[in-house]
Design a protein. Structure first.
Length: 134
């Protein structure tokens, strides 16, 4: 794992959260996009070498909607950049971690992604990210 790529924050209203985080960080949102496969709409802010990803559910059945219903708004996941997501997935499986998918999926911000189950990582949802063009 190379670095923390971003921190994902679940929000009820992307519009409201964007205003809050732009004021807080004194930075603009550089990208918004919908990831239909995950049922989310995202907005990204770049803060130094790291990013903040704001996540709003696009449907009531979205994992983000379920997260907010259970835990409220807040930190949803920490994403780590990797060079070879498939190799990293295999390494983590051998180490006993439970992955939420068997193959990487397209994610936001031109990434291939895979999540590590929070029960495998002391209650923290971990995302692996690789640039899709790598």
């Amino acid at each position: 794992m190379n670095k923390i790529e971003h921190i994902g924050i679940a929000v009820s209203s992307l519009e409201t959260a964007i205003v809050t985080y732009q004021k807080l960080l004194n930075l603009p949102v550089y990208k918004t996009e919908e990831v239909a496969s995950e049922g989310v709409i995202t907005a990204f802010l770049q803060c130094g070498p790291n990013k903040i990803e704001l996540l709003e559910a696009s449907s009531d059945s979205s994992p983000i909607a379920k997260f907010i219903a259970k835990k409220g708004e807040g930190i949803h996941h920490i994403a780590f950049e990797v060079d070879d997501i498939v190799a990293e997935m295999e390494r983590l499986k051998k180490e006993g971690f439970v992955l939420l998918s068997d193959v990487p999926k397209p994610g936001a911000d031109n990434k291939l992604v895979c999540f590590v189950h929070p029960k495998s990582a002391n209650g923290v949802l971990i995302e692996l990210c690789q640039n899709a063009s790598s």
